[in-house]
Design a protein around this ligand. Structure first.
Ligand SMILES: Cc1cc2nc3c(=O)[nH]c(=O)nc-3n(C[C@H](O)[C@H](O)[C@H](O)COP(=O)(O)OP(=O)(O)OC[C@H]3O[C@@H](n4cnc5c(N)ncnc54)[C@H](O)[C@@H]3O)c2cc1C
Length: 391
């Protein structure tokens, strides 16, 4: 079998595109398999360290040209439970930052990444992968037209149902939730400024994220049948009610889309010449805006692992995949547990669980050092180091 590239990246979502471009820009010969997909109607709140990574890797040139800063997060407990949390406002300047991050539409990110396509080292094909196997030091993928391509390292960026993950026998733990997320774009009667507003209901948060001027992106987590009923019976009225009529008249600016939610994790994000990035390696509910942030940290560690490998050696792909898994282990474990814990505490019917959550928010409201630590945890390791140095 002859080698077609040093690395094959499978999947044309944001994680796959970021991985293909970042590797090629570092001089790695990449074959990117990116079959056409429907437009991604999600939006991504990306924390400052992720935006810094996008700037450093040339995937975004000017965040202000394609996104909107997030400087305040307001959490309103709308549960009517016996033990309720206080309204809590987190302001980025308290942690020494102008903004926690930026809110982008995924389509704007996709355009910006595509503008950064290098003219060397990267070949893109619109083919899906039908099968994967290992032959000696090479990973071999079979494309939907029956042809085969081979490379020492194969990156699975092919989403939650990753074929590369299952063909490489990397076991995923999956737990579906009965909750789902409805997303759509809205026009409100007043601007949100830089404030993201989360109403916490018993089945999950209803969040308005600023999208510039009077525009907002809605991420509403609730039981799937409730979301489907709202879609069928009049979404605007349901949104007015859930947002406690605080924003005047509301207009829908896009179709609404419902995403099923669940937890997915792997013990190892790489082995035997396969590295998994993005939702092929981890998926969870969009709480605390972690999914793509984590996916971009995958890409950053993938580039580091490939650059650390001696690509002239037989078997370098397998060594790089193991190094990649080692680099990712801590972050994937920490972030997955944090998001799962947060999500379950939001849904807790159990009184001590509600008390713990309310107590936690009181503590965050009243204790500035704890708030600083919480900011840092949500923003990732690079921000944590910076926050510690600001103390
Ligand atoms: C409602 C919602 C809101 C979110 N908000 C945020 C947020 O605010 N901040 C944040 O950081 N994250 C957020 N996320 C998470 C974020 O959207 C995802 O983590 C990210 O978009 C996943 O990108 P991906 O490239 O890994 O996967 P995908 O976007 O699923 O891309 C996978 C790609 O692989 C391709 N593919 C599949 N099978 C094959 C095959 N056999 N061969 C070739 N190609 C294949 C598909 O066509 C697709 O293009 C949110 C998620 C949801 C559901």
């Amino acid at each position: 079998m002859k080698q077609d590239a040093e690395t094959i990246v499978v999947g044309g979502g944001l994680a796959g595109l970021a991985a293909a471009i970042s590797l090629a820009r570092q001089g790695v010969e990449v074959l990117h398999l990116a079959p056409p997909a429907p437009p991604d109607r999600r939006t991504s709140a990306l924390m400052l360290p992720s935006v810094e990574f996008l700037l450093e890797s040339g995937l975004v040139e000017r965040p202000e040209a394609i996104g909107h800063p997030l400087s305040t997060i307001r959490i309103i407990d709308a549960t009517n439970r016996l033990i309720r949390a206080p309204e809590t406002v987190f302001k980025a300047p308290e942690a020494g930052f102008e903004a926690f991050g930026w809110n982008f539409t995924n389509t704007a990110l996709m355009r910006s990444f595509s503008d950064a396509l290098p003219d060397k080292n990267l070949t893109t094909k619109p083919n899906a992968v039908r099968a994967y196997r290992r032959e000696g030091a090479l990973g071999v993928v079979t494309l939907d037209d029956g042809s085969e391509c081979a490379a020492p390292l194969v990156v699975g960026a092919d989403g939650k149902k990753s074929l590369i993950r299952s063909a490489a026998h990397i076991v995923a733990r999956e737990h579906p939730f009965t909750e789902a997320a409805l997303v759509c774009d809205l026009e409100l009667s007043r601007p949100l400024g830089g404030e993201s507003i989360e109403f916490h209901y018993p089945h999950g948060p209803f969040t308005l994220v600023p999208a510039g001027g009077n525009h907002a992106n809605l991420v509403w987590i609730d039981e799937a049948p409730v979301l489907r009923a709202a879609q069928a019976e009049g979404l605007v009225e349901a949104i007015l009610e859930k947002s406690q009529r605080l924003f005047g008249a509301i207009k829908l600016e896009s179709p609404s889309v419902i995403f099923p939610l669940g937890m997915l994790s792997v013990d190892q994000a790489g082995r035997d010449g396969v590295a998994l990035v993005g939702e092929a390696a981890h998926a969870f509910p969009p709480i605390g805006a972690q999914g793509l942030n984590l996916g971009l940290r995958d890409v950053s560690d993938l580039v580091a692992a490939v650059m650390a490998a001696d690509r002239s050696l037989y078997g370098w792909g397998a060594a790089a995949s193991v190094d990649y898994a080692r680099r990712r282990a801590g972050d994937l474990g920490r972030t997955g547990s944090m998001v799962e814990g947060l999500f379950r505490s939001l849904l807790a019917d159990w009184l001590p669980g509600q008390a713990a959550r309310a107590g936690g928010l009181w503590a965050l409201k009243l204790l500035p050092p704890l708030r600083k630590q919480a900011f840092a945890l949500g923003m990732g390791e690079r921000a944590k180091n910076r926050a510690l140095s600001l103390r």
